[in-house]
Write a protein of this length. Structure first.
Length: 526
């Protein structure tokens, strides 16, 4: 067993309580992953229940965008308030939000519930990382973070599987895909109350009101507005407003202006001090390698998001797989990803040359996504599963190393800010790539489908194209086929747009490789 040094926060904590904390951490990490993708196999049923396909993408994206939008503010709250109290609030909010979605009478209530769920998920995940930084020993941190990443990945995989299974069951329906979160949250809440110690991060100021006033509220608002406008721009263009319309262009212009204002405000510390900026830029400038590691983490998260969300669509379109069986095809991606997370975490303290992990992982991302460009509708399943595995290995090598490396390279007082950056790079990377990939998928996919339909002598409305891209059964196939398989031209169009999205993974891998090459070939001590 590891020896707890004198004065460490775990010195007076019984060993069994630490193990219970790890159990709750694993459960909440899995819930966070589950909540990201459990709608991927339930959104068709939600559309069939409520209609309004123009707002359907928000069912998926509201969680991820709100999650990423809240992370910097919640990092500030962990400076001020007692952690156990915040943890209980976070878990209760997750449970209430899931119950609201399950009982929703309209799609707008579902979207509001998903946004609330993203808020609770952001707070709970930030507290997971904060508790890990405080209570895990330096030698333990890499493996503890590996466990968090692995459980998050398991949640991401089981989201489509469990959500799809509930949806296909006439007795449970899609609503139980969310009610189950209430049950899991209740278990985590009981463990939290029983095992988690009360802890407040040491702070020179005693009054919470004074500390709240020092928060970079302008930066916080600009951060949230940037992500919200990104969502409106990516989802609204082509659904709420036609592509190229004045409204569509205007929302992109407003997004650009707010983003520039955010960058300027953070760069010059407008309305705040350099130390209290909502983004801890000081952490990135203290050791430039932390910036490179953060960029690599974002690239891994973006690669992760595209592969997880769009690979099942390929199998659904080309093989006619059910949502659950299509999600099973993610196992060759998730399995190597989880295995490599633990291998990387175990080897880092031994090898110590972190650059090796990032270069290797980035190369695998480039190779795997490059091979995806060879995929056609009739490509056999085995090579595609192999391409998935290569990307999974690359993501796994990079995924969980950011925080352990930062904890060694940075002063102790910066560890909590490093945890926030790590959290934001992962969840923010997934949120941003789902927004961007979703916009590309809808715009390019619609064009390709309409051209394919025209070649088959059919004319499709934008609404019909959206239904096809979402995976909703359309009578188009009944009009253009003489066999159970969809028309070849339509399938080819759907395949092409999915394959093109892996250029995003290729670009992310290439950027990660460049950043990895700029790292020093140095050893870190644990």
């Amino acid at each position: 067993a590891n020896i707890i040094p004198p004065g460490h926060p775990r010195e007076e904590l019984p060993a069994y309580k630490w193990k219970l904390m790890l159990l709750a951490t694993a459960l909440l990490s899995a819930i966070s992953g589950y909540d990201v993708l459990n709608v991927s196999n339930t959104q068709v049923a939600i559309y069939e229940a409520f209609g309004q396909i123009e707002v359907l993408p928000w069912v998926s994206l509201a969680y991820s965008l709100v999650n990423a939008a809240c992370i910097p503010l919640f990092r500030e709250l962990t400076r001020i308030f007692e952690l156990k109290m915040l943890y209980i609030i976070a878990v209760v909010l997750v449970m209430v939000s899931a119950a609201l979605i399950g009982a929703a009478p309209s799609i707008k209530v579902v979207i509001v519930g998903r946004a609330m769920l993203g808020t609770g998920g952001a707070l709970s995940y930030q507290l997971i990382l904060t508790y890990n930084v405080v209570f895990a020993l330096p030698l333990e941190l890499a493996l503890v973070q590996a466990m968090v990443g692995a459980c998050f990945a398991v949640g991401l995989l089981t989201g489509p599987l469990i959500g799809g299974a509930f949806t296909e069951n006439a007795h449970t329906t899609w609503r139980w895909a969310f009610y189950i979160v209430v049950v899991m949250g209740a278990v985590a809440l009981v463990i939290n109350i029983a095992a988690y110690p009360r802890y407040r991060i040491p702070n020179s100021k005693s009054m919470a009101v004074a500390q709240l006033r020092e928060i970079d509220w302008l930066g916080c608002v600009l951060h949230m507005a940037t992500l919200a406008l990104l969502g409106f721009a990516c989802i609204g263009g082509g659904t709420t407003w036609p592509w190229g319309s004045g409204s569509s262009i205007a929302i992109y212009v407003v997004f650009g202006l707010v983003f520039v204002a955010y960058v300027v405000q953070q760069t010059f510390s407008l309305g705040t001090t350099p130390e209290r900026r909502i983004l801890p830029i000081t952490v990135l400038t203290t050791r430039p390698v932390v910036l490179l590691v953060t960029i690599c983490s974002i690239c891994a998260a973006m690669s992760y998001g595209v592969t997880l969300y769009y690979t099942p669509l390929y199998f659904a379109f080309t093989r006619g797989e059910t949502p659950v069986s299509a999600a099973v095809r993610l196992l060759p991606f998730i399995g190597p990803f989880i295995i490599m997370i633990f291998i990387a975490a175990g080897l880092l303290p031994i090898v110590r040359y972190y650059m090796v992990f990032f270069v290797s992982g980035s190369l695998l991302l480039v190779i795997g996504s490059g091979l995806w460009q060879l995929v056609l509708p009739d490509t056999s399943e085995s090579p595609i599963l192999g391409f998935e595995a290569i990307i999974g290995l690359g993501c796994g090598l990079i995924w969980s190393l950011g925080m352990p490396i930062a904890s060694v390279l940075l002063p102790t007082e910066m560890h909590f800010d490093a945890a926030m950056l790590y959290n934001l790079s992962q969840l923010g990377g997934v949120a941003v790539v789902l927004a961007i990939a979703g916009a590309v998928y809808q715009k390019v996919g619609r064009q390709l489908i309409q051209h394919a339909a025209e070649r088959a002598g059919e004319t499709l409305t934008d609404h019909e194209c959206l239904e096809l891209l979402t995976g909703i059964k359309s009578d188009l196939f009944d009009r253009t086929r003489d066999n159970p398989a969809p028309g070849p031209a339509i399938v080819e169009a759907l395949t092409t747009v999915v394959v093109r999205l892996f250029w995003i993974v290729f670009a992310a891998g290439l950027l990660s490789l460049i950043c990895s090459a700029l790292m020093k070939f140095e050893a870190v001590g644990f």
